[in-house]
Design a protein around this ligand. Structure first.
Ligand code: NDP
Ligand code: GDR
Length: 323
């Protein structure tokens, strides 16, 4: 019998890669989607007919329980969240409801409806926040610096708590930034690669940016969803850092992206205070030694290759008049 998986956030970047991976492995894949006035599920359009979509919302506890009863999944991947850090200062309550309490709603639904499920929670390196230790590991204390980071820390702790309290197979992947040509346009990598492509095509001549000194450990989303799956195949539930163990500044990102199309970034980029955050996470670099040892997981795409892959994809898109 094929294993069944339920993915919340299937329309997002990670959801689309995870659905592809699970289909390749022979899973029956179900995805939860929010109702909207126009159903534009661009990232999973190519999977139409291969995945089954169901309406539901992390805010609606009963929709979660109903979905578990209907789909009878072996594995649940909880990827849905308000995931953009700046928005979390504008909508802190909503962010808390989706990104923090939404996790409890799903865990409660599992506990009462289908306790044998293996549950993956999408935790984040944003929980580390202020630099207390580098590189960051599973044991590094959390000091989140945004309402998003605070909400993710709650989601992380409640996942651990349900594992310990109710013996659920619940794991939390502490994933560092991961990107791809499917990344949302407001995140810094995609913002840069998309705008570089527009500049190269003569559609604009300036790029406003925030803090160019922030450092991130950036990997490829396709690699990271494989780590999620591996976590749920272990004998015991546990938490893992997933990262490349390298860090780079936003400035390096900008330099590589412009250089890819033969342009000098300094002629186009300027600092706009609108993109500077009220509190910043200055330095993230993860130590994924545990994931390597226990899951046999390693990243296959490094920073420069990742940025160039994204620039090349955006050059094609812009040329074709797409976003
Ligand atoms: P995206 O922003 O691309 O996708 C988020 C998904 O969540 C979308 O499918 C969105 O649906 C859905 N969603 C949001 N709110 C709700 C809700 N109330 N009910 C149902 N669905 C909802 O995120 P990513 O794919 O990049 O990230 C996946 C998860 O991993 C997120 O939880 C994120 O916080 C976390 N994470 C991401 C990292 C990264 O670098 N990408 C690193 C660490 C953690 P819709 O299409 O309707 O908006
Ligand atoms: P982040 O990703 O906040 O790390 O969260 P983002 O790409 O938004 O920012 C990374 C860094 O770049 C700096 N920066 C800018 N960021 C944006 N978006 N726009 C700009 O113009 C800009 N200029 C500089 C930021 O200040 C920051 O330091 C992502 C999300 O995917 C989360 O959901 C996830 O949990 C974490 O990664 C790990």
């Amino acid at each position: 019998m094929a294993k069944r998986a339920l993915i919340t956030g299937i329309t997002g970047q990670d959801g689309s890669y995870l659905a592809e991976l699970l289909l390749k492995k022979g899973y029956e894949v179900h995805g939860m989607v929010r109702r909207s006035s126009e159903e534009k599920f661009e990232r999973i359009a190519h999977l139409q007919g291969k995945v089954t979509l169901h309406q539901g919302d992390l805010l609606d506890q009963f929709s979660l329980a109903a979905l578990l009863s209907l789909t009878q999944p072996d594995e649940v991947y909880n990827l849905a969240a308000q995931s953009f850090v700046p928005t979390s200062w504008n909508q802190p309550v909503l962010t808390g409801e989706f990104t923090a309490l939404g996790v409890t709603k799903m865990l409660e639904a599992i506990r009462h409806t289908r306790p044998q499920v293996r549950f993956y929670q999408a935790s984040s390196s944003e929980m580390f926040g202020k630099v207390l230790e580098v590189p960051q590991t599973e044991d590094t204390p959390f000091y989140p610096r945004s309402p998003y980071g605070v909400a993710k820390a709650y989601g992380h702790h409640i996942t651990v708590n349900y594992r310990e309290s109710f013996k659920l197979f619940a794991v939390s992947g502490i994933l560092f930034n991961h990107e791809s040509p499917r990344r949302g346009l407001e995140f810094v990598t995609r913002k840069v690669t998309y705008n570089v492509a527009r500049i190269k095509h003569g559609l604009q001549d300036k790029l406003p940016m925030g803090n160019l000194d922030a450092k991130r450990d950036w990997g490829f989303a396709g690699d990271y969803v494989d780590a999620m799956w591996r976590m749920l195949q272990q004998d015991e539930p546990d938490d893992y850092v997933v990262s490349t163990n390298e860090t780079h500044t936003v400035k390096e990102l900008v330099e590589i992206a412009f250089a890819r199309v033969g342009l000098d970034w300094q002629k186009y980029v300027f600092t706009d205070p609108a993109f500077v955050r009220p509190a910043e996470v200055d330095l993230l670099i993860g130590d994924a030694a545990k994931a390597k040892k226990k899951l046999g997981w390693e990243p296959t795409v490094r920073f420069k290759e990742l940025v160039e892959m994204m620039v090349d994809a955006d050059m094609e898109r812009v040329k074709a008049g797409q976003r």
